[in-house]
Design a protein around this ligand. Structure first.
Ligand code: PLP
Length: 369
């Protein structure tokens, strides 16, 4: 008998009948998009839930990243991490900006602030760090550098939904933060994303930019894009928000089980959380080190042979893709920590529907190395 497939993640879906009343309202009022009532309600509820002042919903996180850079008029060079999903750097290329890759910290796998200064040139205008796996970056060190060199900071916070740092939202650091609500994320709206702004004026500019640049019926203030979230996605987000606490709690349980069960396995290193932050357990990354009996790729394959689909996030490094690899900052000698992390990392399955039996299957294989 074929064993049940276990994927690295599985989207949380509430009971279908709970979504029907939302659909009935859309069918009644015939408002499908253009910042309708569900869109407005989701912005309000997310501000409350996340503890942020201003949020602009988007069709996806990538358009939100592209728009965040436009909103702050970023040009020239931007310092960023090679250890992320490719959309981080792509958002720079879509704006005609040159990404400059800087190595990561071996403990957090986030951009290493101690290496930022030497990458700054007269063309540098901003830093785009990623709160990788939802673990906060060293926001204080990054702010200090940005303030000294008069740089903007846009956090790619695609993984950081609901993460708190020192009791406040991690999304309140930097000039802007960008979320993704893609199906694979802790909180999903099928597709979706958002930008968190510090003030009403910045939100207003972002709202113009995501709606073709329209400021009113007859005024176009910038060459904006269509980045709006539809009413269907926003309605789904409202329903998801009702269930988010239960989903996060189950993720927390799974994280604890992995940590207990994998502790002490020679060559398996679980990434530690940041002491000052709450985690959303969006991923469970392990590093498969040289003293583990088999290679990372052999473990990945062994899991796959057993219908368990772990993922090598983030491998290859962004800087190894053809559109980036000829850049001087993409050279492996500039990125030794990221190069090792990409060769060792494996994200094990974590999602609310993962059962104890599923977990047992995964853990037994990792233990059996
Ligand atoms: C770090 C990071 N940045 C950006 C994105 C892009 O978000 P989206 O898929 O919503 O466009 C993702 C994931 O999809 C991501 O993981």
């Amino acid at each position: 008998m074929k064993m049940k497939s276990i994927y690295v993640t599985q989207p949380y879906l509430p009971p279908l009948e709970e979504f029907i009343p939302y659909l009935e309202m859309i069918w009644d009022n015939k408002i499908l998009t253009n910042c309708g009532p569900f869109h407005q309600q989701l912005e309000e509820e997310l501000c409350d839930y996340l503890g942020v002042n201003y949020i602009s919903l988007f069709a996806n996180g990538t358009i939100a990243l592209v728009t965040a850079l436009q909103a702050l008029r970023i040009t020239g060079e931007v310092i960023t991490t090679p250890y992320s999903f490719v959309a981080t750097a792509h958002s720079l290329l879509w704006n005609g900006i040159k990404p400059v890759f800087v190595d990561i910290d071996p403990n957090t796998l986030n951009l290493d602030p101690s290496r930022i200064k030497s990458a700054i040139t007269p063309h540098t205008t901003a830093i785009m760090p990623v709160h990788c796996y939802g673990q906060p970056c060293d926001v204080d060190a990054i702010k200090k550098i940005a303030d000294n060199y008069n740089l903007k900071v846009i956090y790619d916070a695609a993984h950081a939904f609901g993460v708190k740092l020192r009791n406040g939202s991690v999304l309140n650091y930097g000039d802007l933060s960008v979320l993704s609500f893609h199906a694979t994320k802790v909180f999903n709206t099928f597709e979706g994303g958002a930008i968190i702004s510090p003030d009403a004026k910045t939100k207003q500019r972002i709202d113009h930019l995501k709606n073709f640049g329209f400021a009113d019926e007859v005024t176009v203030v910038a060459p904006g894009i269509n980045g709006k979230m539809s009413e269907l996605n926003a309605a789904f987000g409202l329903l998801q928000l009702k269930n988010i606490e239960a989903a996060l709690a189950r993720r927390n349980e799974i994280d604890n089980i992995y940590r207990i069960q994998l502790a002490g396995i020679k060559g398996i290193h679980c990434l530690n959380g940041c002491e000052q932050a709450s985690s959303n357990h969006s991923y469970f990354p392990i590093l498969v080190q040289p003293d583990y009996p088999i290679s990372r790729d052999a473990l990945y394959q062994r899991l796959k042979d057993n219908n368990i689909y772990a993922r090598r996030y983030f491998y290859p490094l962004i800087s190894d893709f053809p559109m980036y690899r000829s850049m001087p900052s993409a050279e492996h000698k500039n990125l030794p920590v990221a190069t090792i992390a990409a060769a060792q990392v494996l994200c094990l399955p974590i999602h609310p529907a993962l059962s104890s039996a599923d977990l047992r299957r995964i853990i037994d294989i990792v233990k059996g190395g």
